[in-house]
Design a protein around this ligand. Structure first.
Ligand code: ZN
Length: 123
C-alpha cells in the first residue's frame, strides 16, 4: 500500500519531470536538423512521451498526481521515482500489457484507455 506524497516528494518529482521534458526537447531539436532523415516513428514516440510528461506536471499542479487513473490506488513513490510520468499502478499496467499482447496487431491502446478514464472523472 502506498500513501499520498508529501511536498518534498512532489517537488522532487516535478524536477525530474522538468528535466525529462528538457532532454526530450533537445532530442526533437536534433531530429529536426536540416538534411537529416527524420525517423517519424521515433518522433511520434517522443511527442507522446512529451505529452505524458506535460500531463504529469499538470496533475502535480492539480493535486491529482500519484494516483492510479484506473483503480485510484496510490502509486508508490519508488515507482514514481523510476517512472515519474506514469498514470497507473504496477498492477493495472501489467494487466494492460497482457491485454495488449492478446491483441494480434494494432497500436498500443493503453494510452487511450488512460485518456478515457481521465475524462470520465471530469477533469
Ligand atoms: Zn491501478
Amino acid at each position: 500500500m502506498g500513501q499520498s506524497l508529501n511536498e518534498e516528494q512532489k517537488s522532487y518529482l516535478r524536477n525530474r519531470l522538468l528535466c525529462k521534458r528538457t532532454s526530450l526537447r533537445d532530442l526533437s531539436a536534433d531530429m529536426a536538423l536540416p538534411g537529416q532523415s527524420v525517423n517519424l516513428q521515433l518522433a511520434d514516440r517522443e511527442i507522446s512521451r512529451q505529452k505524458e510528461i506535460n500531463d504529469a506536471i499538470l496533475r502535480l499542479d492539480t493535486n491529482t498526481y500519484g494516483m492510479c487513473q484506473e483503480c485510484d490506488a496510490f502509486i508508490p513513490f519508488k515507482r514514481l521515482q523510476a517512472l515519474p510520468e506514469t498514470r497507473f499502478c504496477i498492477d493495472c499496467e501489467k494487466s494492460f500489457e497482457v491485454e495488449n499482447r492478446l491483441q494480434t496487431s494494432g497500436p498500443d491502446t493503453s494510452f487511450l484507455r488512460g485518456m478515457r478514464s481521465y475524462e470520465n472523472k471530469g477533469y
